[in-house]
Design a protein around this ligand. Sequence first.
Ligand code: BG6
Length: 466
Amino acid sequence: MHTIKRFPDNFLWGAATSNVQAEGAYLEDGKGLNVYDMLPGVPGSTDSYIASDHYHRYKEDIALFAEMGFKAYRFSIVWSRIHPNGDESQPNEKGLGYYDDMIDELLKHGIEPVISLVHFDMPYNLAKKYNGFASRKTVDCYERHVEQVVERYKSKVKYWITYNEINTAILHPSLVAGAQVPNGKEQIKALAKINHYTQLAHSKAALAIKRIAPNAKVGGMIAYTPFYPATCHPNDILGAQFINNYVNFQKLDASVNGKYPEYLNTYLINRDALPDITEDDLNIIKNGKMDFIAFSYYQSGVISAPKDEDDIKSLYDDPQKYIHYGLKNQFVKSTEWGWQIDPIGLRYAINELYQRYHMPLFLVENGIGVSEELNGNMTVEDDYRIKYLGDHIKQMKLAVTEDGADVIGYLSWGPIDFLSSGKQMKKRYGYIFVNRTDDDLRDLNRYKKKSFYWYKKVIASNGERI
Ligand code: BG6
């Protein structure tokens, strides 16, 4: 009898980058400002002017990825490099040419490019003029952008991710969807509108990719933070179920099944928050099919619901209040940034996704952010990173070999150090140290950390030597 003991031979090992966080080259070669450039950043953070200077050093970086043996590399095409204002009809040739070269460089090294469309890089003009994805106008601009990008790279790129962590638009609307939302009673309505337009953006992108490149593989992507009930009190169970649907599943339910789930429609109708959805929209959502589910996994969360039976309603009315990433799970440790380290949660997450959707899964972000400095040997002994990644890979393997999930690849977050989503250089994820700090650019040289050599072995052994 055939038993599954290993990852498949064609398993896609590698890592992922968000180019706005790594490139720098602020307004070079016709690039326009984007929402990440304009983000204030967390206290002590820096700006996106230089970042890790990946724009100019990508060849050196990709050569290091090849040395580690990457089979695949996920990166984002910065929207505001291709359409600096977002609403122009013609793309910026210099921007397109830049990513042409980057893709060629990857292919030269035998690395499969995996492209993310829209990753914190909406042209700022669209955010200012139309309030980002709170408007149909932005959806139209996005569709044109996707068509032109796919047309350009269709012969070289197979894997496309339509929208980075689309489900987090309701948690961080300005960075993820370029939209400002009101507080108070109007918030649910405003978020529902953004949710609908981001859904349309995903579905239109999926349709465009298949129309232009029929053999391409389309992935919809979410950030998956499984929320556990704080206790076995029925309200905690119900509350966690609601929050998981609200945060983790509603976008995939719509994208995979081709229609909005009943729980969402009912929820919005009851709150007079159903957005304007046309017949045409419903057809687009029905037909925009995906080939795989991409997801990021960093941590799990805990939900403690109000315990009075009638009170559970307050959780439904204000879910944002209950999405406590900070609520401590006493059984797991946390990173310096308070992110709860839960490798078994990854096995659970994979099982939840696979058993709900029966679709190939691609883990496209996983990693640990740590504040680090070079030691006297010009390296970083990052055993904690080796442990974090190794423990997660082991659990992913169990989901494949023991639970039967179909996982097609693993891309860790941030092969080189670059700015965090809050614009901190201090929060490093890389196998490769980039020599700068938040307030000192130093020489930006690259140095291999201990984990560089470890990951190389993991890949060479197809996940056997962890
Ligand atoms: C994901 C994003 O949410 O998490 C990345 O897709 C981000 O862009 C990553 O960098 C890690 O989060 P942070 O805040 O530590 O950078």
